[in-house]
Ligand binder design. Structure first.
Ligand code: SAM
Length: 329
């Protein structure tokens, strides 16, 4: 098992399949994009599947989430999902995506074994979408969402980040839209993970503000039916249910004590936390012909060294060198 010295067990593996993205969300990267990883440094599909297999067969991984960058940019995504679905014990398989191109691929991904999906959608206003992402693709995202639901990937979850003076007035409209489409909405507090290092605590839209803005139009009550466990979102019943909304207060309401996640970057590095200052290199081991046991040992050591918390609220906090797009959100 992947245990750390604070008694937590990592069972949820987040796999970044690429650091590239076709959007330029302001809270993530600059409009001009970033210097992407050179292709030879990115794990091949077979390499990803081998590491996932070691995680599942030898290290107790029970849930695998593919992310990025934008994972739909990987042409071999369905093959990677299918190979993961063939592992024993079969892990739960999910995908975090911006939804662009999902309308053409949702059914094939479902058939390959994808169980669940999270689609990022921060606004329903085309002009705000353009400002926030620097691309005019809102209709593609909405089409992707509809295709995911039609393919049986329900309940489709939506991730939304609110930014001051851009879309911070849109929480109720987003919730109304999601309820009417049977999507489950979760707001994520903006974290200091942008490549531009422009995050400011004073400008961040907090979980408390989101709650207040929703409460003006909806009645939110504690979701007693669903235990939170290691889930990052606190969920609430909307107007008595069954509709729900989640708030991920990663900065103001940290949940590190219950964290069960470990991350594999697109270039084969293990990160024991989004905010880790160091990584463990599995790619070099993998490419030097190391046996599974040696790779598993390095992976175990990486998780064992996990710190008790992300430290964002400590005076000594330093933002990690890699931005969210290169870590895998
Ligand atoms: N491209 C995919 C997508 O858009 O969902 C997957 C990768 S993206 C990094 C994963 C999630 O991280 C998205 O929901 C995005 O909104 C969120 N995210 C990115 N940067 C963030 C930040 N600085 N703070 C909070 N969430 C962030």
């Amino acid at each position: 098992m992947l245990t750390d010295s604070y008694g937590r067990v990592a069972t949820d593996l987040r796999v970044s399949l690429t650091d590239r993205c076709n959007l330029r969300c302001a809270y993530c990267m600059p409009p001009e994009g970033l210097d992407w990883l050179p292709t030879p440094e990115v794990l091949t599909g077979d390499e990803v599947v081998r590491l996932v297999r070691i995680g599942v067969e030898s290290l107790g991984i029970r849930e695998v989430r593919f992310t990025g960058g934008e994972p739909l940019l990987r042409r071999d995504l369905a093959e990677i999902v299918a190979a993961t679905a063939g592992l024993s014990p079969r892990p739960e398989i999910s995908l975090t995506t911006n939804g662009i191109g999902l309308d053409r691929r949702a059914a094939a991904l479902r058939a390959a074994g994808l169980d669940r999906i999270n689609v990022s959608l921060d606004t329903l206003r085309p002009e705000v979408f353009r400002k926030l992402t620097h691309r005019d693709r809102l209709d593609d995202v909405l089409a992707g969402l509809a295709a995911a639901a039609a393919a049986g990937l329900s309940p489709v979850k939506i991730n939304a980040v609110l930014m001051r003076d851009l879309n911070d007035d849109e929480a109720p409209q987003l919730l109304r839209y999601c309820i009417s489409h049977w999507y489950e909405l979760r707001f994520i507090e903006q974290m200091p993970l942008d490549a531009q290092h422009g995050w400011k605590r004073t400008e961040m839209v907090t979980a408390a503000e989101i709650f207040e803005s929703l409460s003006a139009q909806f009645s939110l009550s504690d979701d007693t039916e669903r235990s939170r466990g290691a889930a990052p979102a606190e969920t609430f019943l909307v107007d008595g249910g069954p509709a729900r909304v989640g708030v991920i207060g990663a900065v103001t309401r940290p949940f590190c004590g219950a964290c069960d996640r470990v991350r594999l970057t697109a270039d084969g590095q293990i990160r024991n936390c989004l905010f880790a200052r160091s990584e463990s290199d599995l790619r070099t081991l993998l490419r030097s012909g190391a046996p599974d046991s040696e790779i598993a040992e390095r992976w175990r050591a990486a998780v064992a060294a996990k710190l008790p918390g992300h430290g964002i609220n400590d005076p000594t906090f330093l933002q990690p060198d890699r931005p969210m797009s290169a870590i895998g959100g």
